[in-house]
Design a protein around this ligand. Structure first.
Ligand SMILES: [Mn+2]
Length: 410
């Protein structure tokens, strides 16, 4: 009998977009996921990290998570395995682990674990090698390591060691039983694709923190990965996958089709993998152009706006016309459009931003820029030599990455 798993990750529950809560989208996604688990007769749910968007999710956000887990028992799914990602607080996520395991929900946060999951009749059906996200501080880096290359090498080796020890444990627990084994991890695999604005790309510009797929355990017939928000196979391998985030994290991801992965596993056989597209619960649209182009796009969008039942479309406007307009928001606000089905949630005056930046009044526009962009702008303004820029940017990206992964909110 094949075991059917569903792999998802990077929910980022509690995520906001320009200060707007996305709880309606999340509850629509979680209901869809329940139905899918039931209809597809999923045996085991795997969630590969970044459950919450911040280390301190609000009470409502946590309630939604626990409601989802509670209702899993109504779907026929026998087990869920959840690992922590770089956004999660291992302490917060792990706190209810002892209770949740009585409901066959396994939460792995502090260190790697080899799990043996049993079916309803008490027979082992699936082994799971679960490796949560490793923060730099979880790894004792020798103070003698000075170059970033040495540090990344040490990080890579530490991750590889975790997989090795976890695979060893798994083989001991299996004790020769012939059942399928899967691996779970939250990390950046070498060659992975990211997109602008997904909150992942900037972390890795020029950095070396890419883990080679060679560290993944040979015992695992499927690797359920999290961290990258673009769904993808690693190195063209069908059985090493990122499910990607279920919702677009920002306007940069808006055009992507989001998905979950479903795999049928049988011992000694390659897994049978398919993907299932997640419906778009809210359309995100970025409009770029001058005033006339913006007005045109708005009117085209108005004619095929979603029905009143669907969530209103959210629109980001990036004005880049030649004319410098001071009352841009006001002028766009007056443009004709259906108010109930379309909401403009951000207006960026790129022209004005550039003008102001040239006047060195950068502070006001920082919210429109990523730290990497600010850094690049600094290099430009200070006339840094082109050949030095790559190295400096890599150094900055590394510092920025270590700040972000040091238990801070991002
Ligand atoms: Mn993520």
């Amino acid at each position: 009998m094949a075991i059917r798993i569903l792999h998802t990750s990077d929910w980022h529950l509690g995520r906001q977009l320009y200060g707007r809560r996305r709880s309606s989208e999340y509850s629509a996604f979680l209901s869809w996921l329940h139905e899918t688990i039931r209809d597809e007769q999923i045996d085991v749910l795997l969630v590969s990290g970044d459950i919450f968007d911040t280390t301190t999710p609000g009470a409502n956000v946590q309630r939604e998570y626990f409601e989802f887990l509670g209702k899993l028992s109504e779907t026929g799914c026998s087990h869920a395995v959840i690992i922590s990602g770089n956004h999660d607080s291992p302490v917060l996520l792990g706190a209810p682990a002892a209770l949740l395991k009585y409901f066959n929900i396994h939460v792995v946060t502090a260190r790697e674990e080899a799990l043996l999951l049993e079916n309803r009749h008490g027979s082992p059906m699936l082994g799971v090698i679960a490796v949560p996200f490793l923060h730099d501080k979880d790894i004792r880096l020798s103070s003698e390591l000075e170059t970033s290359q040495d540090k990344m090498q040490a990080y890579h080796e530490a991750v590889a060691a975790r997989f090795r020890s976890c695979e060893r444990q798994m083989l001991e627990i299996l004790d020769g039983r012939d059942i399928p084994v899967v691996g779970m991890a939250h990390l950046f695999t070498a060659g992975g694709a990211t997109v602008d604005g997904d909150g992942v790309r900037d972390l890795y510009v020029g950095s070396l923190s890419h883990i080679s797929p060679s560290v993944f355990p040979a015992a695992a017939c499927y690797m359920a990965l999290g961290h990258l928000h673009v769904p993808q196979c690693v190195g063209g391998m069908e059985n090493i996958r990122y499910s990607g985030s279920p919702l677009p994290m920002g306007f940069g991801e808006a055009a992507q089709r989001k998905q979950v992965c479903i795999a049928d596993l049988e011992a000694g056989q390659p897994p049978d993998v398919k993907t299932l597209e997640i419906p778009v619960f809210r359309h995100l649209v970025r409009i770029c152009g001058d005033l006339r182009q913006i007005e045109e796009r708005l009117s085209i969008l108005s004619s095929d706006a979603p029905t009143a039942k669907a969530l209103p479309t959210w629109i980001e406007i990036d004005y880049d016309g030649d004319e410098i307009i001071d009352d841009l928001s006001h002028r766009i606000e007056r443009m004709e459009r259906p108010r109930t089905t379309m909401e403009i949630i951000a207006v960026k005056n790129l022209r004005k931003a550039q003008a102001i930046l040239r006047q060195q009044e950068q502070a006001q526009n920082l919210e429109f820029m990523t730290p990497i962009q600010v850094f690049k702008r600094c290099m430009e303004d200070n006339g840094i030599d082109q050949c030095q820029r790559t190295g400096l940017q890599a150094a900055f990206a590394e510092i920025y990455h270590s700040v972000l992964t040091c238990g801070s909110e991002e």
